[in-house]
Write a protein that binds this ligand. Structure first.
Ligand code: KIV
Ligand code: ZN
Length: 513
């Protein structure tokens, strides 16, 4: 007998984007959606179209572009929200409207100020209205895990009767314990008479660090859709992480005999992309995709792994697409080889884009012995996904040390005109930022600064992310370079360009207000 199928519903672009500081621009969302399709997720929740003009446009662009994947738009149980959601997803190959209303007594009393009958009526009306646009309607019972079980089954039964093909049981506040959540999923399966007409889905948050465990317990009890995000990003402590669920199913087929459509080799590239786009660095000890997930420090472990990797490794790094320090191309590689390698990585570039990337690749190959996939990703992200530039860094020189006042002289191009100046600071990065702020006449506040190494070794590219705020607008800036001071200056300039872009694009800016 063949294994049963679990559908993977990715909400990185919706719940994931609700992570503090994870806002993505339209080009970044599109790039991620394309990668998620390559990864093989079944449904992409691309956003909450009623939330902002930016969200609506992003969902609509993604719906129009993807070739195989279902695209969902979230909507509260109201006609206005459902109209917006449908407006945004209608051109998808298989558009889904995902409508929700809370079902727990605490939400009914304090948030909705409705009684249970009103909630059922609202849910039914919303599902029927959504169904007038598409057959593919999902209904979610927000705060389901803290709802009365029988009422939950009643709402699900009514939603299915009204036409919902998926009913979703969220652990909205991350409160459930695996045995309890598994039992709840089983209860729903056993006590919702028409459940066989729909797929039971689960959506868990990670407030107690149990999102993956809860999701697996529910799958064990009969749920066949898992709502997840890459790297587990999401509201507060995040959502169930896609890579953890997939690798648990993959690694323990005897315990969980399920199939998905996920290409596991695309897990690591997807994780890298999300981290690069959102600026949220993956914690080193994160399961599956953390930098240390496959690193063996203890001598006893290293010895065992050398003798037979299975002594301490339950998964192979290659399975998730982690080809450690795979040599990409040498310094003498040509344009053609670069194009074909980038294509393998999922980047189909125009001639003009290839020229830009090729120049940067050559510059890097001169500085760094081995250029690996992660380096190329950073270059493509910087050169191709970048916001139109008003400011660009032409030159930077810093002097710093234990006995001198750190100073930076910087030359920028501003709208094509070169300007130069100097700044002092607590260290060389602070000095550079001060010089750049003076030259650009900007007054942004630096909310976050992080630096990490893209690959191992002292010649590794440093990747810097900054988060800037000016007049209520927030933008992330990213920069990569073997010199972390230069990477920092690039990230700062990139953040300023994004702030300028938001000032002149109110639709996208509305996401940040
Ligand atoms: O956590 C939650 O309850 C949600 C719903 C909208 C599905 O994100
Ligand atoms: Zn959620």
């Amino acid at each position: 007998m063949s294994n049963e199928r679990v559908y993977i519903f990715d909400t990185t672009l919706r719940d994931g984007e609700q992570s503090p500081g994870a806002s993505m621009n339209a080009a970044e969302k599109m790039r991620l959606a394309i990668q998620l399709e390559k990864l093989g997720v079944d449904i992409i929740e691309a956003g909450f179209p009623a939330a902002s003009g930016g969200d609506f446009e992003a969902v609509s662009n993604i719906a129009g572009r993807l070739k195989n994947t279902q695209v969902a738009g979230l909507a509260r149980a109201s006609k206005a929200d459902i109209d917006r959601a449908w407006g945004a997803v209608q051109h998808a190959v298989n558009p889904r409207i995902h409508t929700f209303i809370a079902t727990s007594d605490i939400h009914l009393k304090y948030k909705l100020k409705m009684n249970r009958d009103e909630v059922v009526e609202n849910a039914v009306e919303a599902v029927k209205y959504a169904k007038s646009f598409t057959d593919n309607v999902e209904f979610s019972a927000e705060d389901g895990s803290r709802s009365d079980r029988d009422f939950l089954c009643k709402v699900f039964g009514a939603a299915i009767e009204a036409g919902a093909v998926v009913v979703n049981l969220p652990d909205t506040v991350g409160y459930a314990i695996p045995s309890e959540f598994g039992e709840l999923a089983k209860y729903v399966m056993d006590h919702t008479p028409n459940i066989h007409k729909a797929v039971l889905s689960v959506h868990c948050h990670n407030d107690l660090g149990l999102a993956t465990a809860n999701t697996l317990a529910a799958i064990n009890a009969g749920a066949r859709q898992a709502e997840v995000t890459i790297n587990g990003i999401g509201e507060r402590a995040g959502n169930t992480s896609l890579e953890e669920v997939i690798m648990a199913l993959h690694t323990r087929p005897n315990y969980l005999p399920m199939e998905t459509n996920i290409m596991t080799e695309e897990i690591y590239p997807s994780s890298r992309l999300v981290s690069m786009i959102t600026g949220i660095i993956v914690q080193p000890n994160k399961a599956i995709v953390g930098a240390n997930a496959f690193a063996h420090e203890a001598g006893i472990h290293q010895d065992g792994v050398l003798k037979n990797p299975m002594t301490y490794e339950i998964m192979k790094p290659e399975t998730i697409g982690l080809n450690k320090n795979k040599l990409v191309l040498g310094k003498h590689s040509g344009r053609h080889a670069l194009r074909s390698h980038l294509k393998d990585m999922g980047y189909d570039l125009s001639d003009e884009e290839l020229n830009l990337v090729f120049t940067k690749f050559k510059e890097l190959a001169d500085k760094k012995k081995h250029v690996v996939d992660e380096d190329m990703e950073a270059i493509v992200t910087e050169e191709i996904l970048r916001t139109p530039e008003i400011f660009s860094l032409e030159y930077q020189h810093v002097s710093s040390g234990t006995t001198v006042l750190p100073m930076a002289s910087v030359k920028l191009s501003i709208n094509g005109r070169s300007v130069q100046g100097a700044g002092y600071g607590n260290g060389p990065i602070d000095a550079s930022f001060n010089a750049i702020a003076k030259l650009t006449d900007t007054e942004s506040e630096l909310l976050r600064f992080s630096v990490s190494a893209l690959t191992g070794g002292t010649d590794a590219m440093g990747e810097v992310t900054v988060r800037l705020r000016e007049n209520g607008l927030i933008a992330l800036g990213k920069g990569a370079d073997p010199d972390i001071i230069t990477a920092s200056a690039k990230a700062y300039v990139n953040g300023l360009n994004r702030l300028e872009y938001l000032k002149t694009h109110p639709v996208e800016a509305s996401q940040f207000m």
